[in-house]
Design a protein around this ligand. Structure first.
Ligand code: ADP
Ligand code: DP6
Ligand code: CO
Length: 321
């Protein structure tokens, strides 16, 4: 058997964050999350299952890497297909890797689609979302385009993402302020586990996020950008409060992240509808309208450099290429 398939998946940035696992092996989260899939950032992955291979090999951006997570994921795919065949995985990130721009989301959504197709599984989008989840929780959402909710569920069968608006027709997008595109020191997986294990605020994070999700869905249904931004910004800062309150404490902020968040607040004071969010990395994302984006770029370019401001429109779901 020799079968090769390539897939593309886009990253997503959460407006309501996923931060903590009830079941670390199956990746069942403590709370539902909600995100926007982004056109500008994506991963292309080619998987070749080949009888003549004697081990799995993985290349990221043309570099051979030993990655236990990729092999573990391929084991899950082989188990589902009941086939014992090794694979060559070749992946290119059109997004900085491990910098808080959700490379694990586009990576495992693309790998789930390419690997399952190459091995001969014909999965529904829901099954794909469940499979992608096993690689990285946020990847469950990148199977779909636009605004997407990951329903936490209780087990492997009922924890998957569902599209809320695959085709976003109203005026919402993001601008990423690239502060540092190097690999973070504390990856999302260990960062969230440490928050779960040691932050006294973790319980309140989960509890208040349930209401945030209800309010967020209401704001989306009303196409209320200011409300969406306000809830997202507050939700993100509550997530980051669980890192500051962990023991020992840690943070994904750096001085430029604070500078960027202040700049967004100042724009808001001047009447612009813009809000910020941050993930497990120092880069700040602005939630804003397409209409006001040129003005925002103009104001922020002198502060952060025009080249460091990346506009990301709503993007599509994962596809075979
Ligand atoms: P990010 O904020 O970029 O999602 P994470 O800490 O969540 O950072 O995940 C980074 C990890 O995702 C990497 O260490 C690697 O294991 C995995 N990853 C990133 N890109 C790829 C890829 N193209 N293929 C497979 N795994 C990837
Ligand atoms: C802060 O999905 O990267 O970006 O499931 O351990 O792979 P693992 O973690 P990951 O966590 C993402 C955390 C976040 C918030 C979010 O995307 O919802
Ligand atoms: Co990630």
């Amino acid at each position: 058997m020799k079968n090769k398939v390539s897939a593309r998946a886009h990253t997503n940035i959460a407006l309501i964050k996923y931060w903590g696992k009830q079941d670390p092996d199956l990746i069942i989260p403590y709370n539902n999350s909600l995100s926007l899939t982004l056109e500008h950032f994506y991963t292309d992955t080619t998987v070749t299952f080949d009888d003549t291979l004697s081990e799995d090999t993985f290349f990221l951006n043309d570099q051979r890497i030993n990655d236990k997570k990729v092999v573990h994921f391929l084991d899950i795919v082989r188990d589902k297909a009941q086939k014992n065949v090794f694979a060559k995985v070749e992946s290119t990130n059109h997004v900085p890797t491990s910098a808080g721009l959700a490379s694990s989301a586009s990576a495992y959504a693309a790998l789930a689609l390419a690997a399952s197709s190459a091995i001969g599984l014909q999965l529904t989008k829901r099954e794909l979302s469940r499979l992608a989840r096993r690689g990285s929780g946020s990847a469950s959402r990148s199977i779909f385009g636009g605004l997407v909710e990951w329903e936490k569920g209780h087990n492997d069968e009922d924890s998957f993402a569902v599209p809320i608006e695959e085709n976003v027709t109203w005026d919402i997008q993001m601008i990423a302020i690239m502060i540092n595109s190097h690999e973070k020191e504390i990856d999302s997986r260990s960062g969230m586990q440490h928050s779960v294990d040691t932050s006294p605020f973790y319980h309140d994070w989960v509890k208040t996020t349930e209401q945030d999700l209800i309010d967020m869905k209401d704001a989306i249904s009303k196409r209320d950008l200011a409300k969406v931004g306000q809830i997202a910004e507050n939700n993100a800062m509550k997530m980051h409060a669980t890192t500051l309150s962990a023991n020992p404490s840690f943070t994904y902020f750096n001085p430029d992240s604070i500078r960027a968040m202040d700049a967004v607040k100042n724009l808001r004071k001047s009447g612009i509808t813009c809000y910020f969010t941050m993930d497990a990395g120092p880069n700040v994302k602005i939630i804003c309208s397409k209409a006001e984006t040129p003005y925002i770029l103009n104001k922020l370019s002198p502060l952060f450099g025009a080249d460091n401001l990346l506009v990301a429109k709503p993007g599509p779901g994962a596809t075979i290429i």
